[in-house]
Design a protein around this ligand. Sequence first.
Ligand code: PGA
Length: 259
Amino acid sequence: MRTPVIAANWKLNKTIAESVEFVQQLRGALNPWPNVDVVLCPPFTALASVASALQGTPIGLGAQDMFWEAQGAFTGEISGPMLVDAGCRSVIVGHSERRTVFGETDEMVHRKLLAALTHGLTPILCIGETLAEREADQTVAVLARQLSAALGGCESRDCPRLIVAYEPVWAIGTGRNATPEQAQQAHRFIREWLTKGRGAEAAESIRIQYGGSVNGANAAELLRQADVDGALVGGASLKAEAFSAIVKSAAAAKAVHSP
Ligand code: PGA
């Protein structure tokens, strides 16, 4: 059984004080702690403070992005060792907003993913098709291209540390989520692709999150799908109450389906 993993992607939101306040509220809301891995990805400026606030809790800390070089003349960038130093254990790479707003290519995502692994961080690799690609029946071709570009050089032994987030671009921040069947189909394809390339054992160990307008009302049904192992949550992760409802849904959905 894969432990479900729910990650909060706060994007360009929250001051340091707001971030720390969220942690206090979440600690209160998730007591007793469910059998779910929880990761918070605040903005860079709040990482160190959130790391302190998380001490003594099972909540993990992640960053929203990183650069592949460890140091040097790269104005504005943040490296893997800096994230580790700030207390991070994971990092989102290849989010669709990075790809579309900031022009990140498959090759850049690949370099970031390898750098994350090199520095001991768990990469949360985001992939997903646009609406035009889905309508043109290109979904699996896009997912295969993004997986093969990002995961070149990533060995089977790295797989247990890897998290893949399937985020259909048309579902991100739109309030329009994939149906549970659409999500399961894409997740099944991703797992089969990983099985072919990295072997069944490695593929079974990788957690695949769904992302795109996940909220307290739709999380349970999505998470009941066999290959949906968690969620990457944007908008609904900004309020502790809404986010903790998703975490509890994940615990309940997976508990019902345990063998
Ligand atoms: P959303 O964002 O939950 O607001 O759709 C998800 C994401 O971008 O990871």
